[in-house]
Design a protein around this ligand. Structure first.
Ligand SMILES: Cc1ncc(COP(=O)(O)O)c(C=O)c1O
Length: 386
């Protein structure tokens, strides 16, 4: 008999099977699905990154195992991080990853023993919980305040803080689009020092911050490097999501542990992709601002159109997501399923991000403005006739 491990069984079932099925059925019948359910960027990568990738992909000596990062990659990350006011030692404080998902999924296996307690945001990005469960750890959700979008750290008891071995945070946040403040991060770093908690910050949306807001690296907080590492990625900043390249930075002892685990798990990132990433990180690019503005214009057009239909959504200050309460407090999964079946617009039910995501949906503005306006029009008509 083939049976999955207890570890696998500890992961939630594919609760979105019906949703995936409905999307598939609708796509098979027509091509009118507007898929806003996945945060996969639709803008092009920098031309100089593609040029490096194609140039080196044509070289026959680029196809061996990479095993580790090219030193130039680590140096490029360190140089890039200066923009966040953080100085990194490229050799000891930068670890290359095959996507931050890869690193995040191996994180708990590296640090967590069965029964260890990990604090994660609720709602939060799903791999945090899945990774801890796979390692046999225990998850304690920290409620995210629906207004400030910050974790309600004061809700944690002294005992919780004493027991917690690790805390995972993510700003700018998926799914809520919340932003950190320096004060909040200072508080987190203080707690980490006081209670000996290892902090992991996921900074994947560091360049997708709108208006006059600032993306803050937790490593820019004094004392953070003693207690924290930060994940970042080329997926969203440079639209290289399918290329699978990212990195973790910060505490060298922690990175060394992750490096050791990875040395048993993978043989490094395809060299032409590493070279493309080096070019992306190193070369001047007008895309940082252009992209930010393009996302902002989409946000304004999409939110404006949704608000016109009577759905009072909140404009996100960052990321590529609108995080909205369902219009009449409906549960998120049936709402998303009905919406997809009726209109072809696919959104992600908030329950996918934890119990406190219930009653919300996440919509990614990864389509052109006219498509987003069409999505809002369909949603509006459907809401009216329900
Ligand atoms: C918050 C967050 N972290 C990590 C990831 C994974 O990114 P990567 O492509 O680097 O694996 C995503 C992808 O959507 C994300 O939203």
């Amino acid at each position: 008999m083939i049976t999955p491990s207890k570890r696998l069984q500890s992961l939630p079932e594919g609760v979105f099977q019906d949703l995936a099925l409905a999307k598939g059925q609708r796509l098979a019948a027509s091509d009118d699905v507007i898929d806003l359910s996945v945060g996969s960027p639709d803008f092009p990568p920098p031309a100089h990154a593609i040029a490096e990738l194609t140039k080196h992909a044509a070289e026959t000596n680029q196809y061996g195992y990479a095993i580790t990062a090219l030193p130039a990659f680590q140096e490029a990350v360190a140089a890039f991080y200066e923009r966040y006011g953080v100085t990194l030692d490229p050799v000891h404080e930068v670890l290359q990853l095959a996507g931050s998902q890869e690193g995040l999924s191996h994180l708990a296996l590296t640090f967590i023993n069965p029964g260890d307690l990990v604090l994660i945001p609720d709602p939060g990005y799903p791999i945090y919980e899945a990774g801890v469960r796979l390692a046999g750890g225990e998850v304690m959700p920290i409620p995210v305040d629906p207004n400030t979008l910050h974790p309600r750290l004061d809700d944690l008891s002294g005992r919780d803080l004493q027991r917690a071995k690790m805390m995972i945070l993510n700003y700018p946040s998926n799914p809520t689009a919340g932003l950190a403040t320096r004060q909040m991060f200072e508080h987190v770093v203080r707690l980490a020092h006081q209670h000996d908690i290892f902090i992991v910050h996921d900074f994947a949306y560091s360049e997708l911050v709108f208006d006059d807001n600032e993306a803050i690296s937790i490593l820019s907080i004094p004392g953070a490097k003693d207690v924290a590492i930060e994940f970042n990625s080329l997926s969203k900043t440079y639209n290289l999501a399918g290329a699978r390249i990212a990195y973790a930075v910060g505490n060298p002892t922690a990175l060394d542990c992750l490096r050791k685990l990875k040395s048993h798990m993978d043989f490094g990132v395809f060299l032409p992709i590493q070279r493309a990433a080096i070019a992306a990180l190193r070369e001047p690019w007008d895309g940082y601002d252009r992209q930010r503005i393009a996302y902002m214009e989409r946000r304004d057009a999409f939110c404006g159109a949704l608000i016109e239909t009577g759905w009072e959504v909140r404009k996100p200050a960052a990321t590529m997501f609108v995080w909205a309460k369902t219009p009449n407090g409906e549960d998120s999964y049936p709402f998303a399923l009905d919406l997809l079946r009726a209109t072809g617009v696919a959104v992600t039910p908030g329950i996918a991000f934890g119990p406190r995501g219930e009653g919300y949906v996440r919509m990614a503005f990864v389509r052109d403005i006219d498509v987003l306006q069409e999505a809002a029009r369909r949603i509006g008509e459907w809401l009216k006739r329900r």
